[in-house]
Design a protein. Structure first.
Length: 389
């Protein structure tokens, strides 16, 4: 039984400027910015352009700090130990620069990692002789099995472990709280890639004992692109290294990451406006709607593809993204998954994501408050024929 989809949230679709002719079911990649947030950012840009000197020298840094406090508290993070950064990939680069592993040192990752993070870690291997150790974690793995899989790869030369809070590649939620506690006992630092966590999970940093956490605000928290938070544990803050040294270098963390005069600070300053959406509907209401709708979409598309409903991957609690295995013939490598995604966009008027994981293609769908059951039913109706074509 597919069951009924959740009822749409009143007025939610009108909060976004998305093309109504397209089924937008890939919120997880780029998010979507509500018009009030875009308008707030435009006002900031206009204010800057009217008098750049005044904008930068008259309370800009206090305004950034105020925006950081609001967004950090929304995530359950410590505002004093948190800095705005452009995105999770930038935060990862900052952490790698601070940890500074050398030849023979090891970085442990899982096979669910984000591709850009994988490339950043591989640069450590290529340029510095760091050994990259991959811990395989099965789809649907239990908390105990996930922790065991990661700890099994940790050794005396491990200088950093990187684990996704919610994986972009597979939508799987990982037990980062348990991993943080276990790794802290071993004295091994953990970077939690929480790219999807803000706005998806309730206060995702609260109680998390990880050394580093980075999360994007532009995905699920309705902020403009270019807004993310990096939280750093107290014993690491003096060891942080900015990627670009500027005038605020003597001020230390977090100011030397934020106070770069020619940055576009408007995404950070406008980010709190996106949180008004949660004030309108309530965080729990949004989360329940999105999780239930993603599950509905997975079931209806899975039935159309002839998949066993009991075998469909479950990403874990509170995750409004779902994965569906596609026939091996649908794509043979990462390049072909991109081509398939383009075909779906052009031929079906739908925007899901197509992932390449463990040498096979998967469809990844997301659900957001602007989605309705019809978005997934469109994919279910058209995708089987497209895959046969």
């Amino acid at each position: 039984m597919i069951g009924d989809p959740p009822a749409p949230l009143d007025g939610a679709r009108e909060l976004f400027a998305l093309d109504p002719a397209v089924a937008h079911v890939n919120h997880g990649s780029f998010g979507a910015v509500p018009p009030p947030v875009r308008a707030a950012r435009q006002r900031l840009i206009d204010e800057h352009d009217a008098n750049p000197t005044r904008f930068v020298t008259s309370r800009l840094w206090q305004r950034v700090a105020a925006a950081r406090e609001v967004t950090a508290e929304f995530c359950g993070a410590d505002p004093a130990g948190t800095a705005f950064v452009a995105n999770a990939t930038t935060g990862t680069a900052i952490v790698l620069a601070a940890v500074a592993p050398g030849a023979g040192d090891e970085i442990v990752v899982t096979d669910h990692g984000y591709h850009a993070v994988e490339l950043a870690v591989d640069e450590q291997r290529r340029r510095h002789g760091v050994r990259v150790v991959t811990a395989p974690v099965e789809l649907g793995a239990s908390e105990a099995d996930t922790v065991a899989a990661v700890l099994d790869r940790v050794g005396p030369r491990t200088r950093l472990v990187i684990v996704d809070q919610v994986s972009s590649a597979t939508a799987q939620r990982h037990p980062v709280h348990a991993l943080a506690d276990a790794l802290r006992e071993r004295g091994v630092p953990l970077l939690v890639d929480g790219a999807h966590a803000p706005g998806m999970l309730d206060r995702p940093v609260a109680g998390l004992a990880a050394d580093f956490w980075v999360g994007n605000l532009h995905k699920w928290a309705y902020a403009p692109p270019g807004s993310a938070l990096l939280q750093v544990a107290p014993d690491w803050r003096e060891r942080m290294v900015p990627l670009v040294v500027s005038h605020s270098q003597p001020d230390g963390f977090p100011l030397f990451l934020e106070q770069q005069g020619t940055l576009d600070h408007s995404p950070w300053l406008a980010a709190p406006v996106g949180l008004d959406v949660f004030g309108r509907y309530g965080f729990a209401t949004i989360q329940r709607h999105n999780v239930a709708l993603a599950a509905y979409g997975q079931r209806v598309i899975g039935e159309a593809l002839g998949l066993d409903p009991d075998a469909l991957p479950d990403p874990g609690p509170e995750v409004p993204m779902r994965l569906l295995p596609l026939p091996a013939s649908a794509a043979r490598d990462f390049t072909e998954t991109a081509a398939l995604r383009t075909r779906i966009s052009v031929e079906l008027g739908a925007e899901p994501n197509v992932m390449w994981w463990r040498e096979r293609p998967y469809l990844r769908i997301s659900a957001q408050i602007y989605n309705t059951a019809a978005d997934y039913e469109r994919l279910a109706a058209g995708l089987p024929g497209l895959l046969r074509g």
